[in-house]
Design a protein around this ligand. Structure first.
Ligand code: CP
Ligand code: NVA
Length: 307
């Protein structure tokens, strides 16, 4: 594996499966009270330039359960908020800590942090992608369905960071993927180019949610206005009419189709209250698996990069 986890495009399918297998192992160990085989006293710096509930708590709990300590750095409280360059922050944190997790806006900022850090850097969400979330999603789907290869994933909504990561993560694991987004909200071109290189599963991009949902084994959705897009909320509510996961959409999918939502969810917008609650078990399993999947990422990256 590379030093860092910056985007799923950087991983092979086999590397993703290794992370999922490790996540399953760490989950089983934690559930049975078995101590993890991981060096004690490691520190994880956690930089947050956007809000978070799940990412913050699962990373901080995860490093603690591995025998280490998380250090929370919000942009408001650290010197980053006063303009200290990310490349200097990278070199400073590399002298103190063993790993850095960052949630921010531009993907380039994470890439620059990783370039200047001598320790592993983990992307905890950018405008471009959300790799940790989709690793947890894949772990959840595999738990519920017993496999990934050959299943069909469908995503309905904004072609955002979640859509980009779902496409790459699912296709690298051999799943067919269909995306339904309004034309002006398509996934990133780099990701669409990637789909053209994949030969062992299918990709469909459509403006018809019903068409996308046909034969799906798992349906994903996400908020219409992501963090940083608050000023576009009203326009997006108009543009995304019809792009809601509801009973009609679920009826087009395969029997037993799962629903995944990274959360937070906006009931009545991208998903109905009924579909959300019908699938709450799967959605909160997904939230739980953030903990296990991220512990696996830290375990693999930090073990490979012992100082
Ligand atoms: N899904 C997710 O990343 O949640 P938070 O924004 O709460 O971290
Ligand atoms: N697309 C959402 C995901 C939140 C976890 C956002 O970026 O705000």
């Amino acid at each position: 594996m590379n030093k860092d986890l910056l985007k799923l495009l950087d991983l092979t399918g086999d590397e993703i499966i290794t992370i999922l297998d490790t996540a399953d192992m760490l989950k089983a160990e934690q559930k049975s009270g078995k101590k993890h085989d991981f060096p004690q006293g490691k520190t994880l710096a956690m930089i947050f330039e956007k809000n978070s509930t799940r990412t913050r708590v699962s990373f901080e709990t995860g490093i603690f359960q591995l025998g280490g300590q998380g250090i929370f750095l919000s942009s408001a409280e650290s010197q980053l908020g006063r303009g200290e360059p990310i490349k200097d922050t990278a070199r400073v944190l590399s002298r103190y800590c063993d790993c850095i997790m960052i949630r921010t806006f531009e993907q380039e900022r994470v890439e620059e942090l990783a370039k200047y850090a001598s320790i592993p850097v983990i992307n905890g969400l950018t405008d471009f992608c959300h790799p940790c979330q989709v690793l947890a999603d894949l772990q959840t789907i595999r738990e519920h369905k017993g496999k990934l290869r050959g299943l069909k994933a469908c995503y309905i909504g904004d072609g955002n960071n979640m859509a980009n990561s779902i496409i790459v993560g699912c296709m690298k694991c051999g799943m067919d993927v269909s995306i339904a987004s309004p034309k002006a909200y398509s996934p990133d071109k780099e990701v669409l180019d990637f789909t053209e290189t994949v030969t062992d599963c299918k990709f469909q991009l459509t403006e018809s949610p019903i068409e996308a949902a046909k034969g799906a084994d798992v349906i994903f959705t996400d908020v219409w206005a992501s963090m940083g897009q608050e000023s576009e909320k009203a326009q997006r509510e108009r543009d995304f009419v019809g792009f809601q996961v509801n009973d009609e959409i679920m009826a087009a999918a395969n029997p037993g189709c799962m629903v995944q939502h990274c959360l937070p969810a906006h009931r009545g917008e991208e998903i109905t209250e009924k579909v959300f609650e019908d699938h709450a078990q799967e959605i909160f399993d997904e939230a739980e698996n953030r903990l296990h999947a991220q512990k696996a990422v830290m375990y693999l990256l930090m073990k490979n990069n012992m100082k």
